[in-house]
Design a protein around this ligand. Sequence first.
Ligand code: FES
Ligand SMILES: [Fe+2]
Length: 389
Amino acid sequence: MTKIIGLTDTEIGRIAQPLETAYTLPPQAYTDPQIYDQEVAHIMRKSWLPLARVDQLPKPGDFLALDLFDQPIMVVHGTDGTFRVMSRVCLHRAAPLIEGVGNRKLFSCPYHAWSYDTSGQLIKAPHMERADGFSETECRLPQLKTEIWNGFILANFDPDAAPFAPPVQSLADYFKNFELADMAVARTLEFDSHWNWKVLVENFMEAYHHIATHSETFEPAYHARDSKTPDTDGPWSILHMPAASDEMPDPASHGPTGALEDWQVRDLFANVAFPHFLFGLQGLSLVWYQVLPQSVDRLLLKIHICLPKSELAKPGADEIVQGTAEMMDFIHREDIGANDFVWRGLKAPMTQQGRLSPLEKSIWQFNQWWLNAMAQGEAVNSKKTNHTY
Ligand code: FES
Ligand SMILES: [Fe+2]
């Protein structure tokens, strides 16, 4: 029997049911700091996390700093053309080297001026001549395993992690006409939200809530009842929301749609590579929801609106981007309202697991993956414990 700290056998059994009889995760899976710590250990530090788009760092020396689960890191476009993700904590006395975004050929520590090149190699450590056996060449910032997939730069804390792409091949095939690698971030909306990260992921992954939360926005265009989720063969899920109307959008407002088939232009897709690589597709636009969990009850969200570079180069692109940004902001504020009240309910002492709707197949797929990832982590932990004692 699967064991997860903080969940009863009954609760686990209800989650693991077939979709038709399945329940949600229990409330403590969202609110218990101990379960969150287990998630960080078993999921976040073992999974591929999307950190940036290649187009956000176009020039050698471009960097972007992020904090991931207490680890200050930076994504760097090296002067050798390689994209790397590495710790940005100085090897001397642990000062973070830099914040924000920018361009540097050298990262010079603000504390005692040790300087690193764009590959993380220490180049100069002032006045260290009398430190016996010290050699700059042996000092390099720790690197995370890094992979580029369709223009996204992903990293994994686990040095033994299997590559990202093979298990999501079917997901990539579903969207191969969209040419995601040729897109660029045109606008980013930022939100600081006080919910568990899974509240946002689940909200992103089902269209059932269109009937109430988005009754005047999404529901008339994409009926909740028509949404569908294919079976999955890997750590991913697709929510396919067919358009309510067969009419094609006006090509004048939409640009040429290249290799896209009609249904791909009309319909809306919300996709996730587990745990929280969320991206939506509609026609020519890609919307990447970058989820940055901060604690059990807080997450930062960056909604990146992306369009093909060829579209962004055209006159009038600014208006299209502005219109999309305003729409995404409006829709997300509807979702914030829903997530706020769900979060209040999840913290209530009488709240228990609820039944899932068959329209929430994506959540069910996520839950099975979550259960498995958490149980595997705990099995490894208990083996380690047995070994130690
Ligand atoms: S902590 Fe960075 S140079 Fe001292
Ligand atoms: Fe929504």
